[in-house]
Design a protein around this ligand. Structure first.
Ligand SMILES: NC(=O)c1ccc[n+]([C@@H]2O[C@H](COP(=O)([O-])OP(=O)(O)OC[C@H]3O[C@@H](n4cnc5c(N)ncnc54)[C@H](O)[C@@H]3O)[C@@H](O)[C@H]2O)c1
Ligand SMILES: N[C@H](CO)Cc1c[nH]c[nH+]1
Ligand SMILES: [Zn+2]
Length: 424
């Protein structure tokens, strides 16, 4: 990890660069895949799965028998853990459901309100390239169910033997997923955006993924499908002062570095912390990890930034807009109030980010690559449309009529004015 000592603000943009694939090549590859699925449907999915994932699949849709057989192989301990995580995620997200619309009487006789209506057909992408992220099923399907989405389609890449990981099947079954399909990468996004014989077309696509998945989501968004947000390679920024335990900090950094070689982890230290203590703690723990090669590649993209004080640290973090922000200092609660841009914040020495990844209750599908400056993570809100309603009485129309007619005439739109006048 490169160390930047007291970088001037003019240098922040360069330090905050994420590792990214060549954008034009990525768009070409993804564009070709989208076109192929649009033209050839299911055949394109099976061909691309063979060509890219090196997996031969006969049927794209997972059958009820496959779900039953797969889930039966799961250990009782893992089932219990998934149920516990699901209960916490449900509890946190259920509080976001707004069933009681507030009626606002803007003037006597003019009542306005807003109601949340679940998006009817949604598509969930569950990453599976380097690890089968069954926790993501909980993070997406639970809010979808709470929002009242009727059709919940899930796509995930198949394993080498053509099966879907049993924990993905179990979590999907637990959380009301209606269709599970064997498809990964850009071809999965295309299938859900355009629809094929076996993969239902959806209105909005959710979920994290690698650069192919994220690029495909952004491209289909220009056509006919909404997306949650760009949720690409995982990242974390840790702010640590002298009260932080270097081994806790290193463990948190490695927990995101192990996601993929294109992940990025940043640690911002106040000047009273020696960067070597963090480096040493990383070295000590890295050698124990089965995914150390992946984590090492991510660490090569990662940085240590030394600043004068916590205010400067938070200013740097707000500029970077991390997916996850960990505040590893005694004054973390106070510092948290100064956060302006982050997907999810972990406050104090005992809030490791991996708890949010799995089971505390908050959502782990979060904006990356600086998009936390303007996007929120997934919530129940992401799965609903908010429709506005209004009802006027005759008296209400009399009260507002003149205002509307004056404005409509000033815009030169007489028919608008007439729609009021005719009633009065
Ligand atoms: N931001 C978030 O909320 C969040 C949450 C969880 C995971 N993640 C990130 O999700 C990502 C998961 O990535 P992954 O790769 O493990 O799984 P993935 O399922 O996203 O991608 C695997 C698919 O990518 C496609 N692909 C791979 N190489 C390709 C190539 N050369 N050309 C065309 N397509 C290709 C394949 O079809 C494959 O099925 C990680 O980067 C992880 O950090 C982010
Ligand atoms: N850290 C990931 C989001 O960037 C989510 C995840 C799933 N499993 C483990 N971690
Ligand atoms: Zn993670």
């Amino acid at each position: 990890m490169i160390v930047y000592n007291f970088p001037a603000q003019t240098k922040w943009a360069a330090i905050c660069q994420r590792p990214a694939a060549d954008a034009s090549q990525l768009q070409k590859t993804v564009g070709r895949i989208l076109q192929q699925v649009k033209q050839e449907g299911d055949k394109a999915i099976t061909d691309l799965t063979l060509q890219i994932d090196k997996v031969a699949i006969k049927k794209i849709r997972v059958s009820a028998a496959e779900i039953k057989k797969g889930t039966a192989t799961l250990s009782p301990a893992l089932k219990k853990a998934i149920r516990q995580a699901a209960a916490n995620i449900k509890k946190f997200h259920a509080a976001q459901v707004n069933n009681k619309p507030e009626i606002i009487e803007t003037m006597p006789g003019i009542r306005c309100w807003r109601e949340s209506v679940g998006i009817e057909k949604v598509g969930l992408y569950i990453p599976g390239g380097s690890a089968p992220l069954f926790s993501t099923v909980l993070m997406l399907a639970i809010p979808a169910q709470l929002a009242g989405c009727k059709e919940i389609v899930l796509c995930t890449p198949p394993a080498k033997d053509g099966s879907i990981h049993p924990a993905i099947l179990f979590a999907a079954d637990l959380c009301g997923v209606t269709t599970i399909c064997k498809a990964g990468g850009a071809q999965a996004i295309a299938a859900m955006a355009y629809g094929t014989r076996q993969v239902p077309k959806v209105f909005k696509i959710f979920g994290p993924g690698n650069q192919y998945v994220t690029a495909a989501k952004q491209m289909v968004q220009l056509e006919n499908t909404a997306i949650d947000m760009p949720a690409g390679p995982s990242e974390v920024l840790v702010i640590a002062d002298k009260t932080a335990n270097p081994y806790f900090v290193a463990a948190d950094l490695l927990s995101q570095a192990e996601h993929g070689p294109d992940s990025q982890v940043i640690v911002v230290l106040t000047k009273d912390v020696n960067p070597d203590t963090i480096k040493q703690a990383i070295t000590d723990q890295l050698i124990t990890l089965p995914r150390q090669t992946i984590a090492q590649k991510a660490l090569d993209n990662s940085k240590i930034v030394v600043v004068n004080n916590l205010d400067e640290a938070i200013a740097f973090s707000n500029y970077y807009a991390p997916e996850h922000l960990i505040l590893a200092c005694d004054k973390a609660g106070k510092l948290a109030k100064k956060v302006k841009a982050a997907g999810s914040v972990f406050i104090g020495h005992y809030s490791p980010e991996s708890v949010g990844d799995y089971a505390s209750g908050t959502n782990h599908t979060l904006p990356t690559n600086g998009f936390a400056a303007m996007y929120s993570g997934v919530s129940v809100d992401s799965f609903v449309k908010k429709i506005t309603y209004q009802q006027l009485s005759r008296e209400g129309l009399q009260k507002i009529g003149k205002t509307v007619m004056t404005m409509a005439q000033a815009e030169g739109l007489d028919a608008h004015s007439n729609a009021v006048a005719i009633r009065l």
